[in-house]
Every structure is written in structure tokens, then in C-alpha cells.
Design a protein around this ligand. Structure first.
Ligand code: ADP
Ligand code: GLC
Length: 463
């Protein structure tokens, strides 16, 4: 597998979680998997695995490949400090480094140089997102390409084509060209044997103009080769019964621990944690602070959200604008809203465990992992019914007592606020709430089922 992120080495979002858990799940099914990524700053050196020669801006660069093996998965690192030994993975403050085309072309060329050495001999390469989009362009063997997010398209000026060593013939509309520029994502979509994305619903959505980001035509033309496979979650990392970050372990049959986790979370955040505070519903969010995740919608809804009797905790980072909005909300409502800007694995787990509800009003959501973590932690999700959120959260129907969360569709403050209100009314009905929690906690969200579907895709791609 070739990707730009894999936990625990490099992570900005769900891609990294998938690149940790899917290879392990495949190994458990009896397959061998190597993952190759850049050796970013702070990634351990590991053991020397070999040296490859990579062509870059006309020069041949001897490049060390190091490796670390864990849970049967070998992760290989492309060691090229000029490109990867930097503060950020992609660029400062949500911007891009100007040479990202060259950086990730280098990753692809190094990965292919490694694969073409012949030992081990790989049956197939699975490339993820635009950063690995050149893999199927440059490789003649079978490639499966996964779109984790169509909004990130790897767009660069056409002059980059020659700078990354590609011929002009690739500037065609049937190749990398996208409105006068080049798109490395398009390379992945057009040249791979099969294309997957991370939920069945998103696979349908991206073939429509509304969600297609300009790629819907290309994706429709590859419709027969496009498969939606829902992500799973890593049951070792995300388990309320064994979570090392959470004070009191709990499960569906012993939910008392969840109240302890709530107190722990309130204390960690400096919010009041008396018995009455523990009874008040607490809404959690862990997210990149970008419009995709519904932060513009929330900004338009804050007055109404504040009229609901609930506390809010937010952990995230991203657009300055949203960071500032939430910082000033927390300053204006201390004791009720807590905001932490930054990336914090421990706090992410503590929010999943300690909050009562988890809010994800995404504009679009290829899969989304946090709503699945929430389901497992008995933290009832309130989500917009799009993409993977649609596929994983079943709307509560009180009369029949079914459902695992609360969903809405129109991207409007009214729909968001009314749905959250409804969720919080239900929260105060203890029996109904326990039933909803138990239904979510009982779901099978493990990677095993999804990994088997990937194996089917790999087999289809190699015949
Ligand atoms: P996306 O990949 O679009 O950001 P996902 O829901 O698929 O969304 O995955 C997000 C992942 O990143 C989850 O594992 C989530 O816990 C984690 N995450 C996001 N922001 C933070 C943060 N500020 N601190 C810790 N973890 C975060
Ligand atoms: C992307 C998507 C997210 C998905 C993740 C892992 O970051 O935004 O919805 O869960 O990739 O596939």
C-alpha cells in the first residue's frame, strides 16, 4: 500500500487510521502487506531495508528505505529529508507546500522502484488518495486506487508535468488534465484497474454533480469499476473496556463507567463536574475544523445551539476562522463550552468516552470514523445523513425503539438544531437512551468484514 499517512507514524485524519487497521486486518486473514510512506520529521529511523534510485528533477537520487514491523505489517519509509523532514505533512496552517507535486511524485517513484526490485514480489499495489495517484500512471501491474476524499484533488499547474518527469501525452483529457491543470487524483481514478471509496453511499454520491467536485463524469464512466467499502474501526485502539486514556473501563452492560469518564473529561477541561453537571447532556466534537465537517453550518446556528441546555466540548484544528469562532465562544461561555485547538490523541479518546452525544453535521463525509468510535463508546451520534454517516447511523424511531443515532438531511441551521433538540429530549428519557446506546455498542464495526471485501476487490483486479 502506498499512502501519505499511516498511524502511529503520521496522521492528520482518518486516512492514517485506515492505513493502520486495514493492513493488520489483511494480515489476520493470511495476507502479507507492506505499507510505504514518506519518512517525515519525527518518524523513527527503523531498520535499513534497502536503497533505491529515484529520478527527481532530472537527477538520480540514491534513497534509503527503512522499515518498522508491527502486528505482522511492515511499514517502509522513504528517506528523503529535503522533501519530508519538515514541520508539517502537507504545509503550514492548512496551506500546501509549493513543491507538493514533486514531494509525492517522489514517494510514488520510490515506492515503484522498491516494488520493481522483485523481492518481495507484490501481486498488487493499493494506492490511496491523490498523493499516490501517480502509482497507476507509472506502474504496469494491477493497481487498486482508493478515494478517501474527492475534495482533495492534487491539482497543479500544467508546468509540473515535465517537472515531475512525465510526458506531454499525459496532458490529455483522458489522462491527467483537469480544466487546464493536472490532477494527480485523476491519474489514480483513470489508470487503476479498480477504484474504491470508503462507503457505499459516497460511491453513489460522487457520481452526481452535487458531490462529484467536477469528477462525477469521470467517475460515472468508471462506474462499473467503482466499489464502495465501508471503513471499519480498530477494535484494539477504540474499545471503552480497555482504553488506556479513559479512567474507568465500561461496556454496554456496565455503563456506570461512562459517568466516571464524563467526570474525568469535565475535570480535564476545567468544566464544573458536580452531580448536576453530570446530568446535563454533553455534546462532543473531534474534528478537522473545515467546512466539510459542517463548521460553517454550526457558525450559522450558534445562537440556537446555545439556547439548548447542553455543554459542548470541541477538539480540533484547521481553518483559522473556525478556530477563532470557537475560541471566542468558549471565552464567552466558560463552564459550558470547552475548546482545545490542536491534535491530541488522549483527549480524542476521552471525548469519545465522556461525552453523551457526538455531533457531526458534515456537508459531505466519505466515511467518517468518529461516529463509529462514538457508537462503540455509547456516545450517541447526531449526524447529517450523507456518505458514510448515512451508512453507519440508523435514525432513532422512538415508537418502535429502533435506531442508533439522530440524523437530518437539509444543510440548514433549523434541521441541525431541531435534530439536536430531539436527541437531547430523548437523552432525558433514561430507558430510551440506554436502548439507543446499547444498539450502537452492539454493532459490528470491526475491520474484518471490510477487509474481506478488499480481498475480493484485489482478486478481481488481479485476474
Ligand atoms: P477525516 O479523515 O475527514 O478528518 P475521520 O472521521 O475519518 O475524518 O477521521 C478523523 C480521525 O482523526 C479520527 O481518528 C479522529 O479521532 C482524528 N482526529 C481529528 N482531529 C483530531 C484532533 N484534533 N486530535 C486528535 N484526533 C483527531
Ligand atoms: C477522509 C474522509 C473521511 C474518511 C477518511 C478515511 O479523510 O474525509 O470521511 O473516514 O478519509 O477513509
Amino acid at each position: 500500500m502506498v499512502a501519505s499517512e499511516a498511524a502511529p507514524f503520521a496522521k492528520t485524519g482518518g486516512l492514517a487510521d485506515v492505513l493502520l487497521a486495514l493492513p493488520r486486518a489483511l494480515v489476520r486473514l493470511g495476507h502479507s502487506v507492506d505499507v510505504i510512506l514518506p519518512r517525515y520529521r519525527g518518524v523513527p529511523q527503523g531498520d535499513r531495508a534497502g536503497v533505491v534510485t529515484v529520478s527527481d528533477e532530472g537527477a538520480a537520487r540514491e534513497t534509503r528505505i527503512d522499515s518498522v514491523t508491527s502486528h505482522g505489517v511492515r511499514t517502509l519509509f522513504v528517506d528523503h529529508p529535503a522533501y519530508f523532514d519538515r514541520d508539517q505533512l502537507y504545509g503550514p496552517d492548512g496551506t500546501d507546500y509549493p513543491d507538493n507535486a514533486a514531494r509525492f511524485a517522489f514517494l510514488c517513484r520510490a515506492a515503484l522502484a522498491w516494488a520493481h526490485q522483485g523481492t518481495p514480489s507484490y501481486d498488487l499495489i493499493h494506492a490511496h488518495d491523490w498523493q499516490a495517484g501517480l502509482i497507476p500512471v507509472l506502474h504496469r501491474g494491477p493497481v487498486v486506487f482508493t478515494i478517501h476524499n474527492l475534495a482533495y484533488q492534487g491539482l497543479f499547474g500544467a508546468e509540473w508535468l515535465s517537472r515531475i518527469g512525465l510526458g506531454r501525452e499525459l496532458l490529455g483529457m483522458d489522462a491527467l488534465e483537469f480544466w487546464g491543470r493536472i490532477s494527480l487524483l485523476k491519474g489514480g481514478i483513470v489508470f487503476s484497474r479498480l477504484v474504491t471509496t470508503v462507503s457505499p453511499r459516497y460511491a453513489e454520491e460522487i457520481q452526481t454533480e452535487e458531490f462529484g467536485c467536477g469528477f462525477d463524469g469521470i467517475l460515472r464512466s468508471r462506474g462499473a469499476d467503482l466499489v464502495g467499502i465501508l471503513n471499519g474501526i480498530d477494535y484494539d485502539e477504540w474499545n471503552p473496556a480497555t482504553d488506556p486514556y479513559v479512567g474507568a473501563p465500561y461496556d454496554a452492560a456496565h455503563l456506570d463507567g461512562k459517568r466516571v469518564a464524563k467526570r474525568q473529561l469535565l475535570d480535564v477541561l476545567g468544566l464544573p463536574s458536580g452531580e448536576r453537571d453530570l446530568d446535563r447532556p454533553l455534546v462532543g466534537m473531534v474534528s478537522r475544523l473545515v467546512d466539510q465537517k459542517g463548521f460553517d453550518l454550526m457558525a450559522r446556528s450558534t445562537d440556537d445551539l446555545l439556547r439548548i441546555d447542553a455543554g459542548y466540548v470541541l477538539l480540533g484544528s484547521g481553518d483559522r476562522r473556525h478556530e477563532e469562532e470557537w475560541r471566542s465562544l468558549a471565552a464567552a461561555h466558560p463552564g459550558r463550552i470547552a475548546v482545545r485547538i490542536g491534535f491530541n490523541e488522549a483527549l480524542a479518546h476521552q471525548i469519545e468516552a465522556g461525552a453523551d452525544l457526538f455531533l457531526m453535521p458534515s456537508r459531505f463525509e466519505p466515511c467518517g470514523l468518529n461516529q463509529m468510535y462514538s457508537l462503540r463508546y455509547g456516545t450517541v451520534p447526531v449526524v447529517r445523513a450523507v456518505g458514510g454517516l448515512f451508512d453507519t447511523v440508523q435514525d432513532v424511531d422512538l415508537p418502535t425503539g429502533t435506531g442508533t443515532g439522530f440524523t437530518f438531511h437539509p444543510y440548514t441551521p433549523a434541521a441541525l438544531v431541531e435534530t439536536l433538540r430531539q436527541a437531547i429530549r430523548t437523552y432525558h428519557d433514561r430507558d430510551a437512551w440506554r436502548r439507543i446506546q446499547a444498539a450502537g455498542m452492539g454493532l459490528d464495526l470491526s475491520w474484518e468484514t471490510s477487509a474481506r471485501k478488499y480481498v475480493e476487490v484485489y482478486e478481481r483486479a488481479t485476474i
